[in-house]
Write a protein that binds this ligand. Sequence first.
Ligand code: SF4
Ligand code: SF4
Length: 168
Amino acid sequence: MTEPFWKTKRLEEMTPAEWESLCDGCGRCCLVKLEDEDSGEILTTSVVCALYDTEKGCCSDYGNRFSAMPDCINLKPENIATIRWLPATCAYRLLHEGRDLPPWHPLRSGDPATVREAGISIIDDVISEAAVDVDDLPAYIREWPRMGPPQPPLGQDREGEEEKNPRK
Ligand code: SF4
Ligand code: SF4
């Protein structure tokens, strides 16, 4: 039996279509995050990017997301390790860490609905940042299941690279 591409290819060897198919659409990277200026701790909220379609559970302007939302991360093989808050359930982080995709991942289940059924999708429990005053963001801090610990700090050879997105 042929092994699936995510088991045989390195992230940087994948085609654009394979790379895109790794995203399970959970939306966790679209959550507004706050950074404690004293401790550096990154706190996740239940507020989601204004471009996130809370009805459909996806980016409403995916093709133009980087110009429409400068905070949006451009995830690439070479920056996965620099984005410490990337959820432990994220397929890119899992493969980067040498792990397999979970059974609920659409590439394994064959059904995008399994992400929601497994409680990984944010769609049922978020509010758009368009509806929230920025001063009220701390009131929306919450823990999400299986977000996992942040990735370890960058190694010496990666110093100088920047994490993107958390808002102070
Ligand atoms: S956290 Fe990872 S898998 Fe989930 S939507 Fe973001 S990029 Fe895709
Ligand atoms: S612009 Fe980026 S962060 Fe915002 S919803 Fe789209 S993909 Fe998510």
